[in-house]
Design a protein around this ligand. Sequence first.
Ligand SMILES: *Cc1c(COP(=O)(O)O)cnc(C)c1O
Length: 360
Amino acid sequence: MSRVYNFSAGPAVLPEEVLKEAADEMLDYRGCGMSVMEMSHRSKVFEGIIQDAEADLRSILSIPQNYKVLFLQGGAHLQFAMIPMNLMKNKVADYIVTGQWAKKAYQEAQIFGKANKIASSEDKTFSYIPDCSDLPISPDADYVYICENNTIYGTKFKTLPNTKGKTLVSDVSSCFLSEPMDVTKYGLVYGGVQKNIGPAGVVIVIIREDLITEDTLPGTPTMLKYKTHADANSLYNTPPAYGIYICGKVFKWIQKFGGLEAMKKHNEEKAKILYDFLDESELFKGTVRKEDRSLMNVPFITGNEELDAKFVKESKAAGFENLKGHRSVGGMRASIYNAMPIEGVKALVEFMKKFEVENK
Ligand SMILES: *Cc1c(COP(=O)(O)O)cnc(C)c1O
């Protein structure tokens, strides 16, 4: 067996320890004589798995009692629709568009009501986070929406926008559990887990209880009401059971790691190695304004498309996978999520140095 350094933006690297444990339990989960994949979601055993997962997530993030944790399906994309369907009481919402995911959410919301783009960084290919300290928030906005870490462009909100009292809704798919987060600052925060927490197929929604109501937009299907899932503790229908089980293992791994303060330190250390190199390199350049740089997704270029392609090809041959940038922006991108070991980043920088010398 040989594992590569996997810099994929998602689905992405998971802790080896978690994968090994899952492998050990594959045929017989703790004496049940069956895999978690094979068991009833109504069984006592699975109830234990989902309850432990929720309890551990609550403890990691210090989620207050007046917030529900929901394990849902449909990826981040379904939240682009569920959020307006459930929260747009006045049919007005403000969107801060800092990349492709925020833009897609903004466009989806237009199906349901008046979505206002109150700020954007599209003028400079989403390479920065706009100043959000005094935006023209709509007086009747039901919420203000952000994508907190922009997976494709590699920017991150370092301070949350001033929503002037409006509910903040945030997509944290690609920075979930990478550092501490104050849940009380949000009305709703959600993320697809395939970036930093588990296998594709699960999306976690953390929502303040007063936002969970029967009063959804007319025509909202039962499956797309937060209330349906909140009332049933995420067991309204068959949940993505195996995915939730792996998420639970990753939560335990984070706790063993020392929690989110320790994780932040680990992620800052990794990102610094890569950004410091990009800042001194004569060949490679980062593409993001320094103060807005993401700890998780690091896009970079050589400025020459042929050389970029050569780098991607040679890095792959050397055991560094998925360094090609998103198809919409080109260049390269190294995603260095929680489970990427520091050795992986160090090895990548060594390889980049060698490539630079050979291609000057
Ligand atoms: C990957 C990603 C999405 C899309 O996720 P799906 O699960 O494929 O719908 C949305 N937002 C962010 C920030 C992402 O990184």
